[in-house]
Design a protein around this ligand. Structure first.
Ligand SMILES: [Zn+2]
Length: 473
């Protein structure tokens, strides 16, 4: 249980039945940015991210099979294998993206007895009713139901849900316990006061966050899609459970979607693109992080080839400029950064950049502005080298790109000539022909100019007795 001066932060985690795609990972880079912002302000954080390995039915509905069980049947593996395999894939992606590890990653399957107790208390308090398909939460008994979603509640009650559940009193009512259908034996099943079955999906987040962060905590994050259903249900059941008339959680922050260029991506991977697909295509994982930070977390972001190319190029330039400044000082907070620029002779230019960075992170995590300040500082002729080192370290403590030790060669993956398209090859060959012609005319200046141009394209020319040959350097 955290103490009063530690911020409790809970982020809805993945349902581990398939590889996380790039859009899934945006939510965790966003939560990581929030953590880094709190650290920057000197505020200790206890962060909990759940792993949903039971209870999440297909299509977010209340009935039918679990996503995990469907995946296990499809892949002919046990549910435990599926869960541990995809949990590892999730952790791998978090690590590759430089996301700070959470303090706890509770697994839903470890908390089923607590979920049953939670639902029992709701039943005792008269918030539930029992149907053959399970135990349901009666949302009409929850006074502020749906407030977080900023929706017309009456409209939401009637219109939002399409799934038909026999006997459900309100369309917004949701399952706390999903009873086994007659004649169907679930793979993951528990005995409960309402018979054999599995917990409803929303229950785990309330139960595990309260268990690990205390009854009321500070910040809850998730994808914007959760605001319309999952989070309003978490709030309704938690406030009914606590019954103290206080809001359950103080602040809710939602990260926007990543929009995928579906045509291009579906062709290459057959599903949502993964971080591993980007890496296989020659991008550094941090180029994806940089791409995400180039947009504000509350704005939708279009994932395009041009966008990720530009991010990779920016990352390469950043690493190139930061390399001569290494080793960077360790700077995690604004006071720590200021302390490294002491006294009346402090580099005023550097101090001004620190203030810009602080203002940007304080303005609802405006990461694009931090990136802009960082790039500006790196080009600024008036900043001292020592001041620049502090500014770069400070910006990177918030951006989390690892500029202090990213390997420039890993960012700048060298391509082979076979990767070039025919238009690129003929452009290179035209330049080489022009250079050969200039040399024949003994126009050495022009030949050197063309060589420099080729060099900018990453092409190295060697003159051999049989003529010039070129390769990508
Ligand atoms: Zn959740």
């Amino acid at each position: 249980m955290p103490s009063a001066d530690v911020v409790g932060l809970y982020s809805c985690g993945p349902t581990v039945y398939s590889f996380p795609h790039l859009g899934n990972m945006r939510a965790y880079v966003f939560a990581d940015t929030l953590r880094r912002a709190l650290r920057w302000k000197g505020i200790p954080v206890r962060h909990v991210v759940n792993i949903t390995d039971v209870g999440h039915a297909v299509a977010d509905s209340d009935t039918g099979e679990d996503k995990l069980e469907v995946a296990a049947a499809r892949e002919r593996r046990s549910v435990e294998d599926i869960a541990s395999f995809y949990t590892k894939a999730f952790f791998d992606d978090l690590a590759a993206l430089g996301v700070l590890p959470a303090d706890e990653y509770p697994r839903a399957s470890d908390y089923v007895p607590q979920m049953i107790e939670f639902a029992e208390r709701l039943e005792e308090r008269g918030y539930t009713y029992l149907l053959p398909s399970g135990l349901y939460f009666d949302t009409s008994k929850s006074p502020g139901y749906g407030e977080l979603a900023l929706l017309d509640i009456a409209g939401q009650r009637e219109g939002a849900r399409v799934e038909h559940v026999e006997g459900r009193r309100n369309k917004t009512d949701f399952a706390l316990w999903r009873a086994e259908e007659p004649g169907v034996r679930r793979v993951m099943r528990w005995e409960s006061p309402w018979g054999w079955g599995a917990p409803g999906w929303h229950l785990e987040c309330s139960v595990m966050s309260i268990a690990l962060l205390g009854p009321h905590f500070d910040i809850h994050t998730g994808g914007v899609d959760h605001r319309q259903l999952h989070h309003i249900n978490e709030i309704a059941q938690s406030e009914a459970y606590l019954g103290d008339g206080r809001p359950w959680v103080q602040y809710w922050l939602h990260g926007e979607f990543l929009l995928l260029d579906a045509e291009k991506i579906a062709k290459s991977t057959g599903g949502g693109p993964r971080l591993a697909d980007l890496v296989a295509a020659g991008y550094h994982p941090m180029a994806y992080r940089l791409f995400l930070l180039g947009g504000h977390y509350r704005s939708q972001l279009d994932f395009t080839n041009q966008g990720i190319d530009a991010a990779q190029a920016t990352l390469r330039r950043l690493v190139g400029r930061v390399e001569p400044l290494r080793p960077l000082p360790v700077v995690e907070t604004l006071p720590a950064a200021r302390a490294l620029l002491p006294g009346p002779d402090a580099d005023k230019v550097a101090v001004a950049y620190l203030d810009q960075i602080d203002a940007a992170i304080s303005a609802d995590l405006a990461t694009p502005r931090i990136l802009a300040s960082l790039q500006e500082a790196l080009r600024d002729p008036d900043i001292s080298t020592e001041g620049l080192r502090v500014v770069v370290a400070a910006a990177d403590a918030l951006l989390g790109l690892g500029l202090g030790d990213l390997d420039a060669r890993a960012v700048d993956r060298r391509r082979s000539a076979a990767d070039l398209d025919p238009a690129e090859v003929s452009a290179i060959e035209a330049l080489i022909a022009a250079r050969t012609a200039a040399r024949k005319e003994k126009d050495w200046a022009r030949a050197d100019e063309i060589r420099a141009e080729l060099s900018e394209l990453g092409v190295e020319v060697t003159d051999t007795p049989t003529g010039p040959v070129w390769e990508l350097k």
